[in-house]
Design a protein around this ligand. Structure first.
Ligand code: ACO
Length: 334
């Protein structure tokens, strides 16, 4: 699905924020309870360590902390926020939405709040939705958040998944922009529901409730066919990134930074290669956090921004891929 070319209002990213739980789980820690090695994990994925939320620390808590930082940077107080969208596949509860808890924790009582579920693509799905709602005039600002507590949905005995994922949250404030300010130039998103079987959490929903009989089968844990996912990820990320680059009238050399989904360094290198963007202009932080699904690109965006890797006027491209299968990209003039 693509953007219409004309919109009433330009929309900019006015602030970013992120939050990572304190507890670090290294590859060496994992070696102690599952048959794996730092060497295998690092050479296959690029991951060295990940963060794990504390007991009693939920997705909403991490989301609210990241959101608070983004609001501070944007100079927006919680009571001015009009819309909160939380992208997550690890909500605090199936209902109400995690965004409702976040609204309450931030004290953003004037905001409309809801969740979306698009796995690792969720943050850029939220960006497109919020951008459109602002450009159409329904809202003047929005707080979008990608937040995950994947540690609650991992089978810690399954070495094919438990080494890959981590917890965290990232956020951005979107608002109506003046013509001289930066803007979100193009967004793209796509879905292929024929591939739901490649990556899912099979239990805990209406199709397969957790019962006393199946409770020991880890059905409420992530299951993934990694090799297949890998292949689709590279193709779809390349295609969607190319689309937003083309629609923005950019050339590869115009792009100051690519901020991709942080799942696997080999996927990121393949994307950089196919987009003809040198690897030094591709932001990578997965060595520290693993794959935090919807939070990953949001955390990366915030870290890149706060580290000074994104400056006013820079063109950046974000590109993501996840369960569904889903994918999305956005081109932004900062
Ligand atoms: N430690 C040691 N050995 C392992 C581990 C481990 N942690 N995990 C698997 N192995 C073994 C396998 O059992 C297999 O052994 P075998 O050859 O004896 O059968 C061998 O290593 C190779 O396994 P593969 O699965 O073929 O390894 P591959 O090179 O494909 O790497 C990986 C696996 C890292 C998962 C990769 O396929 C990948 O990154 N895929 C993409 C995942 C992704 O991007 N997901 C994004 C979306 S996530 C979301 O939406 C929530």
């Amino acid at each position: 699905m693509s953007d219409a070319t004309s919109s009433q209002h330009q929309v900019c990213i006015a602030g970013t924020g992120s939050y990572l739980p304190e507890k670090v789980l290294t590859n060496a820690d994992l070696e102690k309870f599952v048959e794996t090695s730092d060497e295998w994990i690092f050479t296959r994925t690029g991951i060295r360590e990940r963060r794990v939320a504390a007991e009693g620390e939920f997705t909403s808590h991490m989301a609210a902390k990241a959101g608070q930082k983004a609001l501070e940077q944007a100079g927006l107080s919680p009571d001015e926020v009009e819309l909160i969208i939380v992208a997550t596949i690890t909500p605090d509860t199936l209902t109400p939405a995690t965004a409702c808890y976040v609204q309450q924790q931030l004290g953003a009582m004037g905001a409309v709040a809801f969740d979306i579920s698009a796995a690792c693509s969720g943050f850029l799905y939220a960006m497109k939705i919020a951008k459109r709602l602002i450009s159409d005039g329904a809202f003047t600002n929005a707080l979008i958040i990608g937040a995950e507590k994947l540690s609650s949905f991992i089978n810690w005995k399954d070495r094919t998944t438990c080494v890959l994922f981590g917890d965290g949250a990232g956020a951005a404030v979107l608002r109506r922009a003046a013509p001289e300010e930066g803007s979100i130039l193009a967004t793209e998103m796509g879905t292929d529901g024929r591939l739901t079987h490649l990556l899912n959490i099979p239990g805990g929903g209406s199709a397969c409730p957790i019962t006393p009989e199946n409770a020991g089968q880890h059905l409420a844990s992530l299951a993934m066919m990694g090799k297949e996912v890998f292949k689709h990820a590279v193709n779809r990320m390349k295609e969607s990134a190319e689309l937003v680059i083309e629609r923005s009238g950019l050339q590869p050399e115009d792009i100051a930074l690519v901020v991709p989904h942080q799942a696997n360094l080999r996927i990121i290198d393949a994307i950089a290669d196919r987009l003809a963007v040198p690897t030094e202009r591709v932001f990578v932080n997965l060595q520290k956090y693993g794959n935090t699904s919807a939070a990953a690109v949001a955390i990366a965006l915030d870290e890149a921004h706060r580290a000074g890797a994104i400056k006013r006027g820079d063109h950046i491209v974000m590109v993501v891929f996840g369960a569904g299968l889903t994918w999305a990209a956005a081109a932004v003039r900062w």
